[in-house]
Write a protein that binds this ligand. Structure first.
Ligand SMILES: [Zn+2]
Length: 292
């Protein structure tokens, strides 16, 4: 089972914006600035993916509707894609947005990026969205970690407050608080509503092109935790903004030579169980002909 749990398939304007932004940070980024949506979907056929989680979040409040409709249309055309909704702090009627995405458009949950979307997860205006997700028993992904890259800070205590205040809200820590992995393991230990994912984490520690040398001593902490907790850990690429081409990203993970069960959990088994928990029968009901 291969499920990429962190992908950004976006409408043309936002896709171009994302690629331009990445090329500004890292000029030799191997995905071209003018890559098309169809090309990216084709990349998943090449690696033989069963499914993917697609994230499209608004940077401005007026984008929310367009992105929801884009993701809903993508899901209709490619039923193996699992869309995630999002909304902006300034959008009114957050509970209704959540309900519509889940009930009418078949989205799995919601993804928030407090840095790019410029909001405090503890802003009281966000509670309505968390409450609606908790009521629907649907998960919420937060961007966590890579604080230096964004020049912003999101302390684990902030996220822990959300987890603690919404005890039945399933929460995924994207990027596993990079590089504060010991804190991430502590969250898994303390809360059974928390999951982690390793998007860009492996590349930032092992891929020569993207490696952040000063965090090298975190490699051992990371490997020990992955081995211990792989049934709560998923793996995503951040394609097309990840650390390499889609194939290269999976090759970097391969290079770690993880035990077979641990690797299977990261590549798709944990994600499969995660999806089954919230949408029973979804993965098994995908008609094989629609898979890439
Ligand atoms: Zn991302």
């Amino acid at each position: 089972m291969l499920i990429d749990v962190h992908v950004h398939l976006l409408p043309p304007r936002r896709l171009a914006g994302l690629l331009k932004w990445i090329h500004r940070y890292y000029a030799p980024h191997p995905v071209p600035v003018d890559v098309t949506l169809d090309h990216l979907i084709g990349d998943y056929a090449k690696v033989g993916a069963d499914s993917l989680f697609n994230f499209a979040y608004p940077i401005e409040p007026q984008e929310t509707e367009e992105l929801i409709l884009f993701n809903a249309d993508l899901r209709r055309r490619h039923p193996w894609i699992i869309p995630w909704g999002s909304l902006h702090l300034e959008n009114p009627g957050k509970a209704r947005i959540v309900e519509r995405c889940i009930r009418d458009h078949d989205f799995l949950g919601f993804k928030f990026h407090p840095f790019v979307q410029r909001f405090d997860p503890l802003d009281p205006r966000m509670s309505e969205a968390y409450q609606a997700l908790q009521d629907a028993r649907r998960p919420c992904v937060f961007h966590t970690g890579f604080e230096e890259f964004y020049g912003l800070s999101l302390p684990v205590s902030t996220l822990e407050h959300v987890v603690h205040s919404f005890p039945r809200l399933p929460v995924v820590f994207a990027h596993s608080l990079f590089p504060e992995f010991a804190q991430a393991w502590r969250m898994l230990e303390r809360y059974d509503t928390v999951w982690l994912e390793m998007t860009n984490v492996i590349g930032a520690l092992w891929d020569e092109r993207y490696r952040i040398r000063k965090f090298e001593d975190q490699r051992q902490v990371l490997l020990e935790g992955i081995n211990a907790w792989s049934d709560r850990i998923m793996f995503g690429s951040d394609h097309p903004a990840g650390m390499g081409t889609l194939e290269e990203i999976y090759r970097t993970l391969d290079g770690l030579r993880l035990a077979e069960t641990v690797k299977e959990n990261l590549l798709g088994e944990t994600a499969r169980r995660f999806v089954e928990r919230f949408k029973p029968g979804f993965i098994s009901s995908l008609p094989p002909s629609t898979r890439p």
